[in-house]
Design a protein around this ligand. Structure first.
Ligand code: BGC
Length: 560
């Protein structure tokens, strides 16, 4: 008997234990055959998303953009990029997702606009000191003719953080600040007009039925641009500052912005949700995740961890305790559009496997490591074990498109085809993030492996066909089948947000229990281990003679 899919019930707590699937729209599915994924493409794949068993999608930016930073350079926050569709397409997509019981989260990019935003164009056309310039961070340069940047701060993407403009009269003029690419001028969050405009944007999408927001660079909005900077080798040396005192990151004042946003979220039923992208010290995350603030914050700790039982246990315990203390729920994530896919990270040559800022081995592939050195089988095996563990944890789990196919990072993109600004701003040093943004393979063969009829905006390697969704749909032993099973079972797990650890004799084994007699055992070691008694519900790699093999996780329900 078929059942009619219900629209999501108005449950104010839906986000607490949601499995959220990140869609990078221009690389998901291309309905109009222009080589770039679009909203109609997403709508066409709603049945796939429904079958996957996720609770929500988070869409990376789909707003008008020159794609200088993959859409994180926004020209207009309240419209859809014509390359990706129209507002009507958005409504259609959103209705189809809701009909399938899937909530919709959109990405808000408040730190910077694009340089094609109306405001920035107006700022360039207006004189120094004008109200139009006050929406951004303009300063006079140093030197006799202001020919030197106001200070030596550098951009996250490499190179200086200041760009000089040509004044309306044609003379070289002031400089504007950009934490990221030069096409991404930073907004001035000391200007009330900026606050009002973002509130308008939040209402615009909330009124359209959007369920929540992912807040880009949430820890960067408030800045002390007058901070002494002479002693800075580089502005990104956070270790030179006490917590909360860095001129650019994680300043206490930022929370007043989110308190204002919370009032807007709470005007809706159910309240709109938000998750902060805040790369901050663990002790400082709670403020972003507080009920008076955004409500939830990404914790990238597991993403930065090695495949190591001790590290995992410490991270899980700390984050659950932190969430319990603040009333938020934990977030877990292994892959997104900014990092090397975890199926590849976990197969990196010796010592690799983490993406930790400043740690040795960081961004191994982003920095041009040789893909031939990746142990693909080991990487996928560990990635599945890690994901199975994550999906059994209390809190919400964020998945990135393609990981359900076991997709590997694409390391072999020719330089001439690269798009990421981090590649262009760091010649010969970084290859950038394009490798995890290659359009998905839906079919084993054919034009762009079923992504669309007009090719793919980033080149797909020949091996992509092996990972195609259609191939995996027909195979009960595939990674896709494993994700579907885990996500379906996870719905039964969404009871109380707690777990109990069982001590294991083996340091390489983690064992915890969730309410209802669910045991989760993860084997990080090299040898098979015994499993507790009960029904084996899920195992990330074939159990051997009743034992859990190396690099695998199992879910067991104890009888009685
Ligand atoms: C996004 C990146 C983007 C940057 C600037 C990040 O945190 O996730 O993809 O390049 O913000 O907007």
């Amino acid at each position: 008997m078929s059942t009619t899919p219900a629209t999501p019930a108005p449950d104010a707590d839906w986000w607490r234990q949601a499995a959220v699937y990140q869609i990078y729209p221009r690389s998901f599915a291309d309905a109009n055959g222009d080589g770039i994924g679009d909203l109609k493409g997403i709508t066409s794949r709603v049945p796939y998303l429904k079958q996957l068993g996720i609770d929500a999608v988070w869409l990376s930016p789909f707003y008008p953009s020159a794609l200088a930073d993959g859409g994180y350079d926004v020209d207009d926050y309240r419209d859809v990029d014509p390359k990706l569709g129209t507002l009507e397409d958005f409504d259609e997509m959103s209705a189809a997702l809701h009909e399938a019981g899937i909530r919709v989260i959109v990405d808000i990019v408040p730190n910077h606009t694009s340089d094609r935003h109306e405001w920035f164009k107006e700022a360039l056309a207006s004189p120094k000191g004008s109200a139009a310039r006050e929406r951004y961070i303009f300063r006079d340069g140093q030197g006799a003719d202001g020919e030197l940047p106001p200070n030596d701060w550098t951009s996250i993407f490499g190179g200086g953080a200041w760009e000089r403009v040509t004044e309306p009269d044609g003379t070289p003029g002031q400089w504007y600040f950009h934490l990221f690419a030069m096409e991404q001028p930073d907004l001035n969050w000391d200007n009330p007009e900026v606050h009002e405009d973002f509130k308008k944007t939040l209402r615009f999408w909330s009124d359209r039925g959007v369920d929540g927001f992912r807040v880009d660079v949430a820890h960067g909005l408030k800045k002390d641009m007058d901070a002494a900077h002479d002693d800075l080798e580089t502005i990104h040396r956070a270790d030179l500052f006490s917590l909360g005192e860095h001129p650019l990151w994680d300043r206490d004042e930022v929370h007043s912005i989110y308190a204002g946003w919370r009032e807007i979220f709470n005007e809706y039923t159910p309240p709109r949700t938000a998750v902060a992208e805040a790369w901050v010290h663990a002790d400082r995350r709670a403020k972003y995740a507080s009920p008076e603030g955004l409500g939830q914050a990404f914790n990238f700790d597991l993403l930065q961890a090695d495949f190591d039982a001790g590290q995992y246990r410490e991270i899980i315990a700390t984050n659950l305790a932190e969430a319990a203390a603040t009333g938020a729920s934990s977030t877990w994530v292994f892959s997104n559009h900014d990092v090397v896919r975890h199926a590849t990270r976990y197969g990196l040559p010796k010592g690799g496997g983490h993406i930790g800022v400043g740690q040795d081995g960081r961004d191994w592939l982003l920095r041009g490591g040789d893909p031939a050195e990746v142990d693909v089988e080991l990487g996928l095996r560990r990635a599945k074990a890690a994901t199975a563990l994550m999906l059994a944890l209390p809190g919400s789990a964020y998945l990135y498109q393609g990981e359900e196919l076991g997709l590997q990072e694409v390391g072999e993109i020719p330089d001439s085809e690269r798009q990421d600004p981090t590649f262009f701003r760091n010649p010969g040093i970084e290859v950038g993030r394009d490798g995890c943004r290659v359009p998905l393979p839906w079919e084993q063969e054919g034009t762009s492996f079923g992504f669309g009829s007009g090719g793919s905006h980033l080149p797909q390697p020949a091996w992509f066909g092996r990972y195609a969704a259609s191939v995996q749909e027909a195979d009960a032993g595939s990674t896709l089948a494993f994700y579907r099973r885990a996500l379906a079972l996870r719905h039964e797990l969404q009871g109380a947000e707690r777990l109990t650890w069982h001590e294991s004799a083996d340091d390489d084994v983690l064992h915890f229990e969730r309410p209802g007699g669910w045991h989760v055992v993860a084997n990080f070691g090299d040898a098979p281990v015994n499993l507790p008694e009960g029904d084996l519900l899920l195992v990330s790699a074939e159990a051997e003679e009743g034992k859990l093999p190396a690099g695998a996780t199992a879910w067991i329900r104890s009888q009685g």
